[in-house]
Design a binder for this molecule. Structure first.
Ligand code: RUB
Length: 316
């Protein structure tokens, strides 16, 4: 685990853009830290804090956590006349504690869906700030299942091109003593058809009111293969990932990253020079492929609209 020192909002925005900080939960929390940093450094100057908010919100477009968290803090800026810095600090602490509680609670509900002896497929890395918290969202479900005495095994997709599965999830599973096998992204269908996978649990970056979800590209393929093989497909999330302003998943903005991130692996070029490559960082899994949405308030099953709306209403 490396320590990252961030000295100002611009450095934070770069760290989010270049994926040093990534994952919807982690960038949401970082956004709150960024707002606090801007407040402290500008001594509570409204315009400076609002400018920071704009930069932070546009750093990555798909995960809604970041935008929602920053909007919460912007409310303080708009409505408070005194002690803006102290109030933002209080909100930051609230956001951190809330995230830890969410992760713990949703893990508890999610673990009830896992049976003793299950092998679970997960994609990318669904965690909080690496190494902190209860272990992130999908990971929290797996960890709770293991802690409740269930004998589980996890297939972890490596997740090209950033390899978050291999570089982060595998390390966290190892740390928590959960047996796992690393596979490449294109192997899940094979193992599902063979009967080796009983559940799929992934995170999500944004969930619409219909229950369509955006998550790391490749998630949709796993969901289709799961449906075809009668394997339950779950997403582990919190109310901050639910965007009730959008109903249809295809209306979610998908971040396109530089194709050069596909033509090389860890700075080593793997394709001929001049190769054209594209990298949509997320894809949309429509709600009819989603068996359940695991939240801090319980597991939501279809039809989603009204139930998701209630979860959003329950907390800020
Ligand atoms: C990460 C990713 C994660 C979700 C959910 O993508 O798709 O599955 O963000 O994570 P990237 P969490 O690495 O491109 O940010 O549950 O931690 O919020």
């Amino acid at each position: 685990l490396e320590t990252l020192t961030i000295k100002n909002v611009d450095e934070l925005v770069s760290a989010i853009k270049n994926m040093t900080i990534r994952g919807s939960g982690a960038i949401g929390i970082s956004g709150a830290y960024g707002m606090y940093l801007a407040a402290v450094q500008s001594r509570g100057d409204r315009v400076a804090i609002q400018t920071a908010a704009k930069k932070l919100k546009s750093s990555r477009p798909t995960a809604v956590n970041l935008v929602k968290t920053i909007n919460e803090i912007l409310l303080i800026v708009e409505e408070t006349n005194t002690n803006i810095v102290d109030q933002i600090e209080e909100k930051l602490i609230e956001v951190l504690n809330r995230q830890l509680t969410f992760e713990f609670d949703l893990g508890k509900y999610g673990a009830e869906l896992i049976d003793d002896g299950d092998t679970i497929l997960t994609h990318c890395h669904s965690g909080a700030l690496a190494g902190s918290g209860y272990g992130g969202r999908a990971l929290s479900v797996l960890r709770k299942a293991k802690e409740s005495g269930k004998d589980i095994h996890v297939y972890v997709c490596e997740t090209r091109p950033y390899l978050q599965g291999a570089r982060i999830t595998a390390f966290e599973l190892k740390k928590f003593g959960i047996p796992f096998t690393l596979i490449t992204d294109n192997m899940s269908g094979y193992f599902m058809r063979k009967g080796d996978i009983q559940k799929v649990v992934v995170g999500s970056d944004r969930i619409t009111s219909h229950g369509d979800l955006a998550n790391k590209v490749g998630t949709y393929m796993h969901a289709i293969a799961a449906k075809e093989n009668n394997i339950p497909f779950y997403t582990a999330t919190s109310n901050h990932t639910i965007d009730s302003t959008i109903s249809v998943g295809d209306d979610i903005e998908i971040e396109y990253r530089n194709g050069a991130e596909v033509t090389s692996i860890q700075d080593k070029r793997i394709a001929p020079e001049g190769t054209k490559a594209v990298y949509p960082s997320f894809d949309i899994t429509p709600h009819h492929l989603v068996t359940g949405i695991i939240t801090e308030k319980g597991v939501i099953t279809p039809p989603y609209d009204e139930k998701l709306h209630k979860v959003v209403q329950l907390q800020v």
